[in-house]
Ligand binder design. Sequence first.
Ligand SMILES: [Zn+2]
Length: 323
Amino acid sequence: MDMDRRSVLGLSAAALAAAGTFGSNPAAAKAPLAGKQNAGFYRYKVGDFEITAINDGFFDRPLEGFIKNAELADVQTVLAESSLAGDKLRIPFTTSIINTGSKLIMIDAGNGNVGAPTSGAWMENFKAAGFSPEQVDLVIFSHFHGDHINGLRLKDGSAPFTNAEIMVPAAEWAFWMDDGQMSRAPDAMKGAFQGVRRVFEPIKDKVAKYEAGKEIVPGITSIAAYGHTPGHTAFAVNSGSGKLMLMSDTTNHPALFVRRPEWTAVFDMDGPTAIASRKKMLDMAIAEKAQVAFYHAPFPAAGTIVKDGSSYRLVPVAWNSAI
Ligand SMILES: [Zn+2]
């Protein structure tokens, strides 16, 4: 008998109908189409700390011109290895919340209501995860790009995290808040400087500036990962035997920059320095046998790094019903 796909499906439907189990129950409710994804949060443990990944949507970036030092065809070949075809790349946003048991700490604040229209569900997802903004004790920033800072101050100027202390990388502050740097910057970058001032100017006397290579709060150590921006910072989170490396924007989408760390995105302000930081961080994650979390990896943006020949691969975390 020719069991091609159509005949198999046809037989199954006929068999089900004959058995009276398909389409014959008058009481069956018609479920409306949901039309949207469920709330985007995911929890996992690092030692005694509880980490909650909070999704903030995505931004579709045309591939053309995205990578400064590779041909478009080569970029598309590497993306195809991850079943990502086409002429654009979906760049997701995910922030990490660390509950140490005594403090609720956010790393970066998402797009707020200032980013791409496909982003902006951060607060809804944060609340769905059981948090409220006034519970946040501390917001630590990795760097000052808009997709990481705008959630601290919404479009109307309000600041949702009313009880939070704010910590920023000293090197990042020194660059973006410097009027000379702003006046010398190319016109295309002026908006980024103005965005930083929109968020931080009203609290400029209150933010704490941290140095790289220091345990800035118990269990969280800053790591210089410069290049993406002048003060771009990653973090090592340690609790008991648990280790997590928060990679921030050490890579943009891992399907490109974990696979090809020698490529550099248009967002990397100093390409060669960003490449060196990227390789250093990926090697460190392997040597430390640490979990990793990225800001721009597909949700929940966590996993482990493995070596793959002369390259690397992100093994995404498997959804776990227990934490
Ligand atoms: Zn980013």
